[in-house]
Design a protein around this ligand. Structure first.
Ligand SMILES: NC(=O)c1ccc[n+]([C@@H]2O[C@H](COP(=O)([O-])OP(=O)(O)OC[C@H]3O[C@@H](n4cnc5c(N)ncnc54)[C@H](OP(=O)(O)O)[C@@H]3O)[C@@H](O)[C@H]2O)c1
Length: 259
């Protein structure tokens, strides 16, 4: 399917690997020029090169911590008026909520709620004026369903979701959409790290921990960043202009509800 966004520009935050990279790749496949981002130079440069070679689009790597004002300024400097913004960031570490001090809680809220709001503030009026904008926030299945040890992730992302529900309706008539993608378990470095912790806690091998996690998902597998990216690219397409303020679960059926 032609997504109708060839020649558009996108900032994809936190995209040197994992879900952000999956989104960047799918947008590149659709012909979108990219700003990609991460904090570590070699990985980011490698991803930029990989995407340029595969799809021939312009890719500007911006090494920056997206949670900081300087990091956000660097992203906007590289692409002052993006047509597409994909908000992504590191997730909070897995912790018993009793162990979170005030700083840890505020850091989690900054990463997963305040940062995307700040970036949206900086791009939304220009998108509205130009009559095209697609904003996708990578949140989590934990918005809908508690996951042990990820209460901070749930809270911060639910805050973002509620915040954006009103904002999305305020720009819908300008052909600017804001949607959230809610990943379940996707095969990324973060998931593998979390599985390793679970393996240690339960005194099993990493392989066994992964097998148990997959067995609990109706699809009996983890998702791939590539399939996550394709869903993201569709939400950024011309065909998705009537979809806004929505929360799309990608979880292989893990969330046990009819609606
Ligand atoms: N994978 C899953 O199953 C899953 C499920 C639910 C929710 N999520 C959420 O989805 C998001 C992405 O997860 P993932 O699995 O793709 O993680 P990942 O594999 O660990 O990749 C994270 C990416 O973000 C970059 N990054 C991290 N912190 C950054 C920062 N402050 N500024 C700029 N770039 C930053 C990393 O590069 P650098 O380290 O070089 O900065 C890397 O490219 C996270 O918020 C995670 O909690 C993931």
């Amino acid at each position: 399917m032609d997504l109708g966004i060839r020649g558009r520009t996108a900032i994809v935050c936190a995209s040197s690997q994992g879900l952000g990279k999956g989104c960047a790749q799918a947008l590149a496949e659709a012909g979108v020029a990219l700003v990609i981002n991460g904090r570590h130079q070699s990985l980011l440069e490698q991803t930029a090169q990989e995407i340029r070679q595969a799809w021939g689009v312009a890719v500007t790597p911006v090494i920056a911590d997206v949670s900081t004002a300087e990091g956000q300024a660097a992203l906007l400097h590289a692409c002052p008026n993006p047509d597409i913004l994909i908000n992504n960031n590191a997730g909070p570490p897995v912790r018993n909520f009793r162990e979170l001090d005030r700083k840890a809680i505020l850091d989690g809220v900054t990463s997963n709620m305040v940062t995307p709001i700040e970036l949206i503030q900086k791009v939304i009026d220009s998108m509205s004026t130009r009559g095209f904008g697609r904003i996708v926030n990578i949140t989590s299945m934990s918005v809908k369903m508690p996951i042990t040890g990820l209460d901070l992730s749930s809270g911060a992302r639910a805050g973002l979701t509620a915040f954006m529900a009103g904002v999305a309706r305020g720009v819908a008539d300008k052909n600017v959409t804001i949607n959230n993608l809610l990943p379940g378990s996707f095969d990324t470095v973060r998931l593998r790290n979390n599985l390793s912790l679970a393996a240690k806690r339960n005194q099993v091998s990493d392989t066994e921990a992964a097998a148990r996690a997959m067995a609990a998902i109706p699809a009996k597998r983890f998702g791939t960043p590539a399939e996550f990216g394709q869903a993201c690219a569709f939400l950024c397409s011309v065909h998705a202009g009537f979809i806004t303020g929505q929360n799309l679960l990608l979880d292989g059926g893990a969330y046990p509800a009819a609606f």
